[in-house]
Write a protein that binds this ligand. Structure first.
Ligand code: GLU
Length: 470
């Protein structure tokens, strides 16, 4: 395992890209640094004892407000990690044209070591600390789920915020990833995984790019290995199989790894894990000696969907995938990247491929500010218009359209349809922008550098518009 600083790794990738932009050094420096780092230590009474909890919120860039990014609950949380993740949020938002600065939060706990009641206490106290320092609010800084947190934690956060900010009409927009019943949005839970699928499908659609790694264009039939069956990994697998015709041949989780060349039924595997507590001994699959072995399997697409630093100088040379889709943040260290690129592997960078989560968070925030569900105004109107159109076609042609086909043709879009199509469009458009940079800059030979340059061009023009850097 490599012990390279995660933030240093992000900075190194930034510097590699910055040289292609021709932007003034001072401006690049301002974009690169973390604007605000808030470290907190607070006591929480657990049983008869007091636990002192270490936590962070980092706002990397204020060029657009609010700042945005998840909150992570893990024992591995430290300042360097939260700074790196906050920085990645800035570039991620720019790449998918989500008008936020980057931020990230972290609470250094093992969430599995606490009861639900205790987690609620910790979450509410953390939120109170953020309110106290003005580090949360719909126009200030808007957290979301990340590793170790989910809709439940977001519900506690919004409730705590509203207790303090009674009467703030936009208070629901202080956090995203909330349960749908608490002002959340449909499709947010699966958004990151769905975005990973849309992104990979787009990457695989370019014949000449696929030819370079010896693959046919199109995602259908491609083999995939996934590390991590959490929210991101599970939905990536499910949607890639069901909507893309991908064959999932390997999975790694905390307890080990399995391989099954003829394809893994993801729902059956999830049931098996729920019942036995492990993915191991899944019928028809082979257990691998070590969980890390899954990363080294022969496959078309490798999707690390767990934590950072998984592919490092120690194992990079043994990676056999043709494409790596960084569903997690920072799974490939800067050292490993050099080795992988030399091997000709296509690395689809985190700041693009996992941006579906923040994209749908943006939709949720807009929904909260507009105080209305998407589709409410136009769904019925559109359905009626399509009805009239179909009836007119029937009248003019003298033919009758069957009821099933008719209901498909005349459906007005609901919230989930709009969220998914907004996400699909975002992922396609962002990839085309990155690929344009990749193709038009002679000296850029990898997608991460191209993604950084695409982000830097947008962020720098925001700064120029602010008049700070004329
Ligand atoms: N934690 C997610 C990420 O790393 C989502 C952030 C958000 O929705 O604000 O992108």
């Amino acid at each position: 395992m490599s012990h390279q600083s995660f933030f240093a790794s992000v900075e190194r990738n930034f510097d590699k890209a910055a040289q292609h932009t021709g932007l003034p050094q001072g401006l690049l420096e301002q974009i690169k640094v973390c604007n605000a780092v808030y470290q907190i230590k607070f006591p929480v009474k657990i049983g008869d004892e007091y636990h002192v909890i270490e936590a962070y919120r980092v706002q990397h860039s204020h060029h657009r407000l609010p700042t945005k990014g998840g909150i992570r609950y893990a024992l591995s949380v430290n300042q360097d990690e939260v700074m790196a993740l906050a920085a990645l949020m800035t570039y991620k938002c720019a790449i998918v044209d989500v008008p936020f600065g980057g931020a990230k939060g972290g609470v250094k706990i093992n969430p599995r070591a606490y009861s639900e009641f205790e987690l609620e206490k910790i979450t509410r106290r953390y939120t109170t600390e953020l309110i106290r320092k003005n580090f949360i609010g719909p126009g200030i800084d808007v957290p979301a789920p990340d590793y170790g947190t989910g809709a439940r934690e977001m519900a506690w956060i919004v409730d705590t915020y509203q207790t303090f900010k009674h009467g703030d009409i936009d208070s629901a927009g202080c956090v995203t990833g909330k349960p749908v019943s608490q002002n959340g949005i449909r499709g947010r839970a699966e958004a990151t995984g769905r975005g990973v699928f849309y992104g990979l499908r787009e990457v695989c659609s370019f014949k000449e790019d696929m030819a370079k790694v010896g693959l046919e264009p199109g995602i259908e039939g491609k083999t995939m290995v996934i590390q991590g069956l959490g929210n991101v990994g599970y939905h990536t697998a499910r949607i890639s199989i069901n909507e893309g015709g991908v064959k999932l041949i390997g999975v790694a989780e905390y307890e080990g790894a399995i391989v099954k060349e003829d394809g893994i039924d993801i729902e059956a595997l999830m049931t098996h894990r729920r019942e036995t507590g492990s993915i191991l001994d899944f019928p028809g699959a082979k257990n691998l000696p070590k969980r890390e072995d899954a990363l080294e399997l022969e496959c078309d697409i490798l999707v690390p969907a767990a934590l950072e630093n998984q592919i490092h100088a120690g194992n990079a040379s043994r990676i056999k995938a043709k494409i790596i889709g960084e569903a997690a943040n920072g799974p490939v260290t800067a050292d490993a990247e050099d080795t992988l690129l030399k091997k000709g592997i296509i690395i689809v960078p985190d700041m693009y491929i996992n941006a579906g989560g923040v994209t749908v968070s943006y939709f949720e925030w807009l929904k909260n500010l507009s105080h209305m569900r998407f589709g409410r105004m136009e769904k019925r109107f559109n359905a009626n218009t399509y009805e009239n159109l179909v009836s007119t076609v029937e009248r003019l042609t003298g033919k009758v359209i069957g009821p099933k086909e008719r209901s498909v043709l005349t459906r007005g879009a609901d919230e989930i349809d709009l969220v998914n199509s907004g996400l699909e469009e975002t992922m396609i458009e962002a990839y085309r922008q990155i690929r344009d940079v990749y193709i038009s800059y002679d000296k850029i030979t990898d997608l991460r550098t191209a993604a950084f340059v695409s982000a830097l061009n947008k962020i720098s023009s925001d700064y120029m518009a602010l008049g700070i850097f004329p």
